[in-house]
Design a protein around this ligand. Structure first.
Ligand code: GLY
Ligand code: MN
Ligand code: MN
Length: 499
């Protein structure tokens, strides 16, 4: 597919980006004129706001109260070019989607401080393509190439906040420099540069530079802090993500024979089909790791064989169309039955996960579930003779980490490793609160070249990962739709593997 060049007479027309790789065909005046006519009015009217509009309004109010008098700029991010007019898949910036409910590219939310306190929110969006200047069919982002966008009026009704043309944003930001401006940085280089331009003396000296950096960091941290506790709507979205993920794992179990005939890619592709049909995408690169590949924590090459007697570690999550992701791992015997040794490793990881899940409760330190799981793993490794006791010494020195390597879990939400920049005192060194969602994911990984373990253990990797909601009473395992114990995994596989 290619496109035609814009006629010279229309070169001054505002387009988002001209297409570059078209066949060099000119557009006759007759065609150009004809293309401006004969189109129906497709404007949608009297639209109902999207379900989360009330929630996004409340979130904006919280942010407004945290930064009185400051102008806040939250970009959605831009498409990233892969080559010419081909782009990488777009995923809106988390904070933007959280505050607007919108997931499209090239936009920006601005909260402008009012003299009487509070802020006015305006969402700057790409409007519908212009039909008079040809951009809708000749411009690179024309709607006839990329699909219909909501009009500014439609978006205002759907999202429940005023909208404006994003092309006016530079003028708007530049016209009033009285307020301090903060930006969620790193998503849109042009907007970052615009904000830099407003801080004329930000580079004057080290102190001014540090102050400028701090302005934006404080905004990012405040948003991450706020996102730590999920509201009811967010919890429902996460449950949708988890439920679709549970179905995706079931698809993979049924597809194990085809995976045996091909590679780990069949596992990845099978899960991806579920993610695209039920959600937006996968929330992170699927880890489909069979045999010794399971000892590589983030094995996403997924190009190894799936062998009958091996374990398959699948770490995958569906991301909803509203951008909430699950993060689930199951380690399953490809044959349907664990060998005695595989079961021994699996059962220790399971025991560690049981202890970790039991330590998730409101008021408990965030670190408690990690410590509980690590203790069980250390006890097992000492009992097996892989580590020299006593267990307290092992834990103090962290010796078990040679075989377990990673932390036992993390916050989960719109990002798989959610709220990573939130303040340590309310996150890593804080207490769990109802509405927080986290993973509990202990693992044991015996590297194929690790001479400190008996040969028969080398190349075995096991992780079990579930998504856990902190409730007023304790916890809910959101991914309980999947089996966890070795016996339950085998029974689940037996129902799905073709006989
Ligand atoms: N899927 C990455 C993780 O489990 O943290
Ligand atoms: Mn995971
Ligand atoms: Mn995880």
């Amino acid at each position: 597919m290619s496109e035609q060049q814009r006629p010279e007479a229309e070169a001054e027309a505002p387009v988002f980006r001209p297409r570059k790789n078209g066949q060099a065909q000119s557009v006759s005046d007759e065609l150009a004129a004809w293309m401006t006519t004969g189109w129906a009015d497709t404007e949608l009217r009297d639209l109902e706001p999207v379900e989360q509009a009330g929630h996004t309004a409340r979130r904006r109010d919280v942010l407004s109260a945290a930064f009185p008098g400051d102008r806040l700029v939250v970009p959605s991010g831009q498409l990233l070019t892969r080559s010419n007019d081909t782009e990488y898949p777009f995923r809106a910036a988390t904070d933007y989607a959280y505050l607007t409910g919108d997931t499209t590219d090239g936009n920006c939310l601005v909260l402008t401080p009012r003299a009487d306190g509070g802020h006015d929110a305006v969402l700057y969006l790409k409007p519908r393509s212009n039909r008079d200047n040809g951009e809708f069919w000749l411009g690179g982002y024309g709607e006839l190439w990329t699909g219909r966008r909501n009009s500014l009026g439609e978006a205002a009704e759907l999202l429940g906040l005023p909208t404006a043309d994003v092309r006016t944003l530079p003028g708007v930001l530049g016209s009033d420099t009285s307020a301090t401006t903060r930006v969620v940085r790193g998503h849109d280089a042009e907007i970052d540069a615009l904000v830099d331009g407003l801080r004329a003396d930000a580079d004057a000296d080290d102190e001014a530079r540090a102050k400028s950096v701090q302005l934006d960091q404080d905004l990012g941290v405040a948003l991450a802090d706020h996102r730590l506790v999920k509201d009811e709507w967010e919890i429902a979205q996460l449950q949708l993500a988890v439920d679709a993920t549970v179905r995706g794992f079931g698809d993979v179990a049924k597809a194990l024979p085809q995976a045996r005939d091909t590679s780990e890619r069949y596992v990845e592709g099978t899960f991806f089909l579920r993610a695209r049909v039920e959600g937006n995408d996968v929330g992170y690169g699927t880890i489909a790791a069979s045999g010794a590949n399971a000892t590589t924590l983030h094995w996403t090459r997924n190009d190894g064989p799936v062998r009958e007697g091996d374990l398959l570690l699948l770490d995958a999550g569906v991301e909803t169309t509203t951008l909430y992701t699950a993060d689930v791992t199951r380690t399953m015997p490809v044959s349907g039955t664990f060998t005695e040794l595989q079961r021994k490793v699996y059962d220790l990881v399971y025991e560690a996960q049981e202890a970790g899940i039991a330590a998730v409760a409101p008021g408990r330190p965030f670190t408690a579930f990690h410590e509980a799981s690590q203790r069980v793993l250390a006890e097992g490794l000492v009992e097996w003779g892989l580590l020299e006791g006593p267990v307290d010494r092992v834990l103090e020195l962290g010796l078990q980490r040679r075989y377990t390597l990673h932390g036992t879990g993390h916050m989960l939400g719109m990002d798989v490793h959610d709220c990573a920049v939130s303040r340590q005192e309310i996150h890593l060194y804080g207490e769990l609160k109802p509405g927080m969602v986290l993973t509990v994911e202990p693992g044991l990984y015996f590297q194929p070249d690790d001479l400190t373990v008996p040969e028969e253990l080398r190349g075995i990797g096991v992780r079990i990962e579930d998504d856990v909601l902190v409730t007023e009473e304790g916890r809910t395992v959101m991914s309980a739709g999947l089996p966890r114990s070795s016996a339950d995994v085998e029974a689940w596989l037996a129902e799905r593997l073709p006989r």
